[in-house]
Write a protein that binds this ligand. Structure first.
Ligand code: FES
Length: 178
């Protein structure tokens, strides 16, 4: 018999625990982790490699970098293992990676390292191979690859030069220091 009542029918309210909900989907915990990892790769990385998105912190060597890359922890002095998966892209011209407070990049086959922290308001610098310079991700100021200023922030403000660090290559070990 049709229901002529205009009031919407209410389903009985049920509350599922997290575990019950997962079981109701018929997915194992391993399958769920794989599902999460497909969407957000960074959330599945080791905690020693990614304190903030895209930035690698020196660990015990398993993540390919040892030493100090934090300006707040003394002199900058760290070594990168270019055979580690975190750094293989650095071997290609145009590749770059942020290690602690430093950006290391490959400018047409030459390794360079600069402070990655913009002097305007602390934005993050990225390397652009097409213009062979570094661009701040906050207000698009530009720095030359020696750390000197190239163009000021969009919308006003002033940048000053960022510190440049020396790089030396021995086999597949790239050392960066002040
Ligand atoms: S923080 Fe870099 S240009 Fe403003």
């Amino acid at each position: 018999m049709p229901n002529n009542n205009s009031t919407p029918q209410q389903e009985p309210e049920t509350t599922l625990s997290r575990g019950e909900f997962i079981r109701s989907l018929g997915m194992s915990s391993a399958a769920l982790m794989a599902f999460y990892c497909m969407g957000t790769l960074s959330s599945c990385k080791s905690s020693t490699t990614d304190p903030s998105p895209g930035v690698i912190t020196p660990g015990g060597g398993s993540n390919g970098v040892t030493g100090n890359a934090s300006t707040g922890s003394g002199a900058i002095n760290f070594t990168i293992d270019l055979t580690n998966a975190n750094f293989t892209g650095l071997k290609t011209a145009g590749g770059y990676v942020s290690v602690g407070d430093i950006i290391v990049f490959n400018a047409a086959g030459s390794y360079k390292a600069l402070s990655r922290i913009c002097t305007h308001q602390g934005g993050n610098l990225i390397y652009s191979a097409s213009t062979n310079d570094l661009i701040c991700d906050l207000h698009s100021s530009h720095y030359n690859i020696d750390g000197s200023t190239k163009s000021q922030p969009i919308g006003g403000g002033t940048i000053t030069a960022v510190k440049a660090y020396t790089t030396s290559l021995s086999g597949n070990s790239l050392t960066v220091k002040a």
